[in-house]
Design a protein around this ligand. Structure first.
Ligand code: MTE
Length: 324
């Protein structure tokens, strides 16, 4: 049993759906609920990936793209290509991390458009080809999932602020809301009633305008594969991974704080800011440390995932304990 019954931490409807899911799909197995985290057990208080998720190769497949860097700015080596593209969270396809790549294979991302609207002077629908012209720089970022695992990933793309500049946010704009494609026929996970689809996320406008906030269009020197959020997804490295929304079709500037899919699903567990903070535990497990995929032990989680020098000033005067 989880330390806290699901009924206490989820809305009732979600609880019953989870219960049905667990009864039918996971009877007798180690319990995993369809939340942004496996349910921890007493012997494993922070959910760790399966041993089978450990990287099996250290090189790119022959003929794949090239990556300039081999480590992040802290000297931490890149997570293996096989793990980055084979161990994913993408609930639109499946909640089984190691089955996402197969489930998403063949997902068609061309043609693709992104609507950018709301409180902007020049709302516009962008064709993917035009978005891709905004840049293709390599950025090696740590990704820290709220579940307690992490990776070092070589993304490519451009700062989101380049795209936002083109639509000219008005002075009334305070937040940015992002939305994933809504197409249950192509994304069968969206037929499941557990969540309010489509996946949505949000940032404060100054967070969205920060240079570190990346619109990723590639990984490991190649266009994003479907499982990593093709054709474009966010990478916000100082926040828990669930903020880095995949397969974006709409970006809306607003004056009110957007509600994300996770905030709606479990408001007691997932907040708007979701900045990585080792001192603020998830209600069901510690966030003090993490397992880097490919490592056997655990390492301490860094404040703002190690990006404090760049982003801490965004939160001056705010109570960091309330950010969850
Ligand atoms: N975006 C969408 N649309 N759907 C998802 O299920 N999962 C999030 C995030 N973006 C998710 C998503 C979570 S919980 C994490 S940890 C990261 O994607 C994982 O990104 P990766 O699979 O490329 O490592």
């Amino acid at each position: 049993m989880p330390p806290i019954p699901s009924s206490e931490i989820t809305p009732e409807a979600l609880f019953w759906n989870r219960r049905r899911f667990m009864q039918t799909a996971l009877a007798g197995a180690a319990l995993t609920i369809p939340g942004c985290a496996a349910t921890p057990s007493a012997s494993n208080p922070t959910p760790a990936p399966d041993a089978s998720a450990a990287p099996v190769a250290t090189t790119l497949p022959a003929g794949q793209g090239t990556v300039a860097g081999t480590s992040d700015e802290l000297g931490q080596p890149l997570t293996d290509f096989a793990a980055v593209t084979g161990y994913n969270n993408y609930y639109e396809f499946t909640t089984d991390k190691q089955a996402v790549a197969a489930a998403a294979a063949g997902f068609v991302t061309n043609p693709w458009t992104v609507q950018v609207d709301g409180l902007v002077a020049k709302p516009r629908q962008f064709a993917l080809e035009d978005i891709l012209k905004l840049g293709n720089e390599e950025r090696i970022y740590r990704l820290r999932c709220v579940e307690g695992w992490s990776m070092v990933i070589p993304w490519s793309g451009f700062s989101l602020n380049k795209l936002l500049a083109l639509v000219e946010p008005t002075s009334a704009a305070k937040y940015v809301r992002f939305e994933t494609l809504n197409d249950p026929e192509r994304m069968p996970g969206q037929k499941e009633p557990w969540y309010t689809w489509p996946y949505a996320e949000g940032l404060r406008l100054d967070e969205a305008m920060h240079d570190l906030t990346l619109m990723a269009t590639g990984v490991y020197g190649n266009p994003l594969p479907p499982q990593n959020g093709a054709p474009l997804r966010l990478a916000v490295p100082w926040k828990y991974g669930f903020k880095s929304i995949k397969s974006i079709v709409r970006i809306t500037l607003t004056d009110t704080q957007p509600t994300s899919l996770w905030m709606a699903a479990a408001p007691d567990e997932y907040g708007f800011y979701a900045n990585v903070n080792p001192r603020v535990d998830h209600p069901r497990w510690s966030q003090a440390d993490e397992r880097r995929i490919g490592d056997t032990g655990r390492r301490q989680t860094l404040m703002f995932n190690g990006y404090a020098d760049a982003v801490a000033s965004l939160y001056t005067g705010m109570d960091l304990r309330k950010f969850y």
